[in-house]
Design a protein around this ligand. Sequence first.
Ligand code: ACO
Length: 330
Amino acid sequence: MRGAKILGTGRALPPRVVTNADLMKRMDTTEEWIVQRTGIRERRFVDPGTGTADLGAEAARAAVARAGIPLSGIDFLVFATLSPDYFFPGAGVFVQEKLGLPTIGALDVRTQCTGFLYGLSVAEAYVKGGFYNHVLVIGSEVQSTGLDMSTAGRDLSVLFGDGAGAVVVGPAGPGEGILSSHLHAEGKYAKELMCEGPSSIEHPRLSHEMLSAGRHWPRMNGRYVFTHAVRRFPEVIREALAANGKSIADLSIVIPHQANLRITQAVAGALNVSGEKVYSNIERYGNTTAASIPIALDECVEQGKIREGDLVCLAAFGSGFTWAATLIRW
Ligand code: ACO
C-alpha cells in the first residue's frame, strides 16, 4: 500500500489580540490567576462578521500554496470544528464554496479537541487506500462568540481563542509520512465538557428558558478534564510509538493539542522528556480546540523545528471525552 504524507501546512489567526488585561475589564479575573493556572497571556478574537469557515478557508489557501499544488488539485476536504458557522449545514461546504473548489466531497468532523487528528486519519486512510490523491484537512474555531464573558463564565472564557490551521495530505512511498493514527472515545464522560444548546432534544431548540439559564454557554468540570487529560495524553503517545516499534527516545518533537500549559507540562513530565521536545504556543493563542494542532504544526515547520526524517507525534485530548495520537516520519 502507498503511504500518505503532509505536503503543506498553513494557519490563519485573526489580527485582534485580546490580552488577559482586556478580559479583566469584562470579568472578575486576574493576570496571575490565568497565567498560573493555564499559561495563557493573550488570545486572538475575530471581529464581528468573520466565521469559522472564513478562517478555515484562509488557512487552507496557505496550506495548498505550501504544498505546491494548484487548488484544483484538491479532491476531498475534511473540516473539523466545534464552532460551525451554523447548526447545519456543516462548515466544510462553506469552505469548498469560498475556495471555489468544484463538486468535491466535504466532510465535517465533530470531535472537538481531537477533531483535527480524527480528520487527519480520514485523509490518511483515503490517500493510503487510493481513494483520493490530495486531501485538505482543516481545523478551525471561532470560540469568542460562544463564551460567557461575564464573571459567571470566567472559568471557561479565559481559556479559549479563535484561529485555524490546515494541511494537505498527499501520496508518499510505502512506510513514509503518516505512520499510524490512534483514535479513542469514552462517551460516558460526554457531559463533563459540553455545550447543551441549541439542542434537538428540545422544542424549540433554543428557548428563552435556555438562554436565561445560560445553557447555551459551554460548561466544564475542569478538574475532571485535567485528571483524564494527563493520563490519556501519555497513554496514547506510547500506544502510537509501540505500534511502530519506536520509543520515546526516537521522538524529535511532540505537538500536543494546546489545552492548557499545565497539562502540556504534565505530559512532558509523564513521558520524561524535556519541555523543549513538547511544543507550546498557548501563551499567545489560548486553546483553539480543533485548530490548535495544525496551527502549532505550521509554526514548527516555519521555524525549522521539524526537519526531514524527524519523528513527530501529534496528540490530543478533549470533549467527548476523545483522545488521539498520530505518528509521522517527516
Ligand atoms: N479568574 C479568577 N478566578 C477564577 C477564574 C478566573 N478566570 N475561574 C475560576 N476562578 C476561581 C473559582 O471560582 C474558584 O474560586 P473559589 O475557590 O472561591 O470557589 C477558584 O478560582 C478555583 O477554581 P477551580 O476551578 O478549582 O480552579 P482549578 O485550580 O481547578 O483550575 C482550571 C481551573 C484551570 C480550568 C483547571 O481545572 C484545569 O486546568 N482544567 C483542565 C481543563 C482545561 O484545560 N480545559 C480546556 C478545554 S478541554 C481541552 O482542551 C482538553
